[in-house]
Design a binder for this molecule. Structure first.
Ligand code: FAD
Ligand code: DLZ
Ligand code: SF4
Length: 508
């Protein structure tokens, strides 16, 4: 045997750089289910099940294609508990210490591979549209690394939705049209669901036995576990939901967990789908006249804009990024995030569907759970660990910039030009949660006042030295200053009561 070729659980693509450089006749593919990866955070059981089942299906595809695969199952007796441990064990077994790998999506694992007592060649992960050197080149010499400008570069590079060197329709961004409120009686189809096969059933039993106590409901498990199924999920989304994706992108409904979202991130992030295939499909639907420009542009921006941008940023900012805490927040994550009691209907819904599905859409993550954690001053590292654990699509390269940067402003404003905070008013505008809530979104002070209303002003007041000078926040501070003194006092007292309750572990 010449070399070991490492394929990680989120690298399940036949186009993977390490596989393209490998030799079927003399190399051994190493795939390993290991405890270290399964428990560095308490992953949602569906996330573990998706990865293990997709890994087992992928190993089968490789074998059918003539590759030799050394596959370690989580319950193998002689297995070590880490990726590097398994590489060493296989190296001894096959008499080689040469390893070919594709760059992992986390500093933690990248550093482990770099420090392994093996000769490891790490190839770039080219399942992205923007390479890391290209991102560095873009970032260098810029004062601000704004997504919008990066995105335009990616539009030019890919030619998606371009007419010559101009954006199709004349505008780069159609977000202005994408703020509609959804109605509860609107008919829309759900994401495509799949019945588990024998391989998946076996994995589900294993996950139930080993990780049954983790936060999250395992069954019914319906995720796609092969590229073929993931492709069908994409077809379903493109045909049924994409046309209205733009309009309702920011909407939230208590009775609809998915709305017009694609729920493709779990597949995209482990290699079952490729961003180019997704975007090509979206562009085709637009060209055929089936999808309006605001939907096509909105979707493409998430994939070639946000997704590529956060990945570039994660590696650009270095391994210490996840420890940043610009606002000095230190409160513990409230028990409500793990399903503890709360009277806040929006939070209860976001957490409940997270437990059920391992999924919440972007506005729930950003404007409900993220917004509340930021307003309440929760320690960003705890917020980060939570998001990394509970979502099926969570890998540090994509989760950390979204949480630490976009949502918690803990990087001091690299990603967001101002903190994503809002009072209950925003949630009320975009959802139907408030109608069923024990709190009143209309009340700004007193026992029944929506906690977002109280904590919003308290947050701004606490951090006024930092934000009052921000030109985009000036008007908000002027509103606060104009408020009557007794009202300001009532707001701050109400906020203090809520924060006290959180600190004492009482339900809010
Ligand atoms: P859709 O709304 O259908 O969007 C289409 C695709 O665009 C997604 O599949 C995703 O690949 C991409 N996308 C959209 N927004 C973003 C974004 N902000 N960053 C990167 N890609 C994006 N996304 C993850 O994939 N993994 C995470 O761990 C993750 N953690 C997040 C944590 C927080 C606090 C926030 C605010 C956002 C996070 N996101 C994360 C981004 C976003 O919420 C999810 O990508 C999206 O909800 C996935 O669902 P979907 O496939 O239905 O998305
Ligand atoms: C997330 C995860 C889990 C739960 N289990 C495994 C595993 O058993 N084997 C494996 O190769 N990968 C797993 N993964 C994905 C890795 O954690 C992921 O490759 C790194 O975090 C880098 O993104
Ligand atoms: Fe959430 Fe406030 Fe509305 Fe209740 S009133 S659902 S806490 S925004």
């Amino acid at each position: 045997v010449e070399r070991l070729v490492l394929v990680l659980g989120d690298q399940l693509s036949t186009r993977l750089s390490a596989l393209s450089r490998a030799d079927k006749s003399s190399d051994i593919i190493v795939m390993a289910e290991v405890m270290d990866e399964a428990r560095y955070v308490p992953h949602h059981p569906r996330k573990i099940a998706l990865i293990l089942s997709a890994m087992r299906h992928f190993a089968q595809t490789l074998r059918d294609d003539g590759w030799q695969v050394a596959y370690t199952r989580l319950d193998d007796q002689d297995a070590s508990k880490s990726i590097v441990g398994e590489l060493m064990r296989r190296g001894q077994e096959y008499g080689t210490s040469t390893v070919l790998a594709t760059q992992p999506g986390e500093w933690r694992l990248l550093e482990a591979l770099e420090n392994a007592p093996l000769s490891v060649t790490i190839l770039p992960d080219d399942r992205f549209i923007c390479s890391l050197p290209e991102f560095t080149e873009w970032a260098e010499g810029r004062k601000e690394l704004r997504m919008e400008y990066f995105y335009r570069e990616m539009r030019r590079k890919t030619g998606y939705l371009m007419e010559g060197d101009k954006p199709a329709g004349g505008k780069w961004n159609y977000d202005h049209d994408n703020r509609k409120r959804a109605r509860a009686d609107m008919l829309r189809s759900a994401p495509l669901q799949f019945t588990p096969d024998e391989i998946t059933e076996e994995v589900l039993d294993l996950v139930e036995a080993r990780f049954g106590d983790n936060f999250g409901t395992l069954r019914p498990f319906w995720f796609a576990v092969t590229p073929g199924q993931a492709k069908r999920a994409l077809d379903h989304f493109a045909g049924q939901l994409l046309p209205e994706f733009g309009d309702y992108q920011d909407a939230m409904l208590a009775g609809d967990k998915f709305l017009h979202h694609s729920v493709l991130s779990p597949y995209l992030n482990i290699g079952l789908l490729d961003p180019v295939d997704i975007c090509t499909r979206v562009v085709e639907e637009w060209q055929a006249g089936n999808v309006p420009i605001n939907a096509a542009e909105g979707y493409i921006r998430q994939v070639i804009g946000w997704r590529e941008y956060v990945r570039g940023l994660y590696f650009h900012e270095g391994p210490e990024y996840t420890a940043r805490n610009h606002l000095g927040h230190d409160r513990a994550l409230p028990a409500a995030y793990w399903g503890g009691e709360t009277r806040m209907n929006c939070l209860a819904h976001a957490v409940d569907q997270t437990r059920q599905e391992g999924y919440a859409h972007h506005i729930q993550r950003l404007m409900v759970t993220g917004n509340f954690a930021l307003l309440a001053g929760v320690e960003p590292a705890q917020v980060h660990d939570w998001y990394l654990a509970v979502y099926v699509d969570a890998y540090e390269w994509v989760e950390a910039p979204n949480t630490i940067g976009m949502s918690q402003f803990a990087d001091g404003g690299i990603i967001a030009s101002k903190p994503y905070v809002s009072s209950g008013n925003y949630i009320n505008k975009m959802s139907d949660y408030c109608a069923g809530c024990a709190y009143s979104v209309k009340e700004k002070t007193g026992e029944k006042a929506c906690p977002f209303n109280l904590l919003y002003w308290d947050f701004l007041h606490r951090h006024r030295d930092r934000f009052a000078k921000n030109p985009r926040m000036g008007p908000i501070y002027r509103t606060w200053e104009k408020m009557a003194e007794d009202r300001k006092t009532a707001v701050l007292e109400g906020a203090a009561r809520i924060l006290d309750d959180l600190d004492a572990g009482r339900a809010v």
